[in-house]
Design a protein. Sequence first.
Length: 368
Amino acid sequence: MAKITLSKLRHSYYPNPKSPSDYALKEVDLDWSDGGAYALLGPSGCGKSTLLNIISGLLVPSEGQILFDGQDVTALPPDQRNIAQVFQFPVIYDTMTVYDNLAFPLRNRGRDEDTVRRRVMDIAEMLEVTEMLDQKAAGLSPDNKQKISMGRGLVREDVNVVMFDEPLTVIDPHLKWKLRSKLKELHQRVKATMIYVTHDQTEALTFADQVVVMQQGEVVQIGTPVELFERPAHTFVGHFIGSPGMNILPCQLQAGTARFGDHTIALEGPIRGEATGETQIGIRPEFVSLSDSGLPATVTKVSDVGRHTVVECNANGTRINAVLEGAAQHNTPEKGADVHLDFRRDQTRLYVDGWLATDPQTSTEAAR
């Protein structure tokens, strides 16, 4: 396994890029530790597949370096990078048995049969396919075929990194959770460096120790699932992660105070710098509650989704969602009701031109 370093990486599909908009991948600087589980998350066209192809060697970046354990591999072809890749569609040999499919990457590299058998049996046990080893791969279900494809990527112990390119795309929804759980378990057992590419936030947040969120070729935040949810560094992250996503309210700053319409909104803490630009308030629906006082609003929709209720409101022409859980669900208002919304202060943040612009209040500031 290897530590992966991406240094000042940029890529354009144009031969002579002249402006930032010509780059499919903006400047990326990343360090991924040996043995970590990472995810590249973002919508289609955000640059995550371009980045994955650069790491694998299928693309040579226009600028920058890729290093495995400090060794520059930027110009090396895929077969010299010692990587394994699992694709959207299962890559297996239908005419071979499951055993021979799992053994193929090892035999292809000249491993002795004792080593082959040991590794195949280990991986088969992890994947829970031991009873299928003598079956032809052609007769397997789609989810089991993808299991074998994953196993082929994991069977070698000497790979620098195992990369997964949306591996659950073709799997039935009711089977996805099984494979997600299995993949997380596999990582915990084999401790390989793994990179998982997806547009599905659930897949990314349940698999990865750290998630790289991308938008329009740019990395907008790197963090743990908890950090991305609780403290989005950009409004895109707040909107993209969470269901429903973060509430975004236009606001004006007056003497360091945020105002939404005629209502003053208390922020989590001090504002960074002069905050010149488009200003917005961001708060997760989970931290909006109904109150006897607060921001006046009208209920426009109520959705009972089982464990909680989503109350959609309109205030000053802006949609604001509140998530009600537990006892609060017993007092859910009806559509058309006039209510007041209360924002939990320590979760109410200011964004300037999309970027987080407040810091948490310190204990000293809170005591004043």
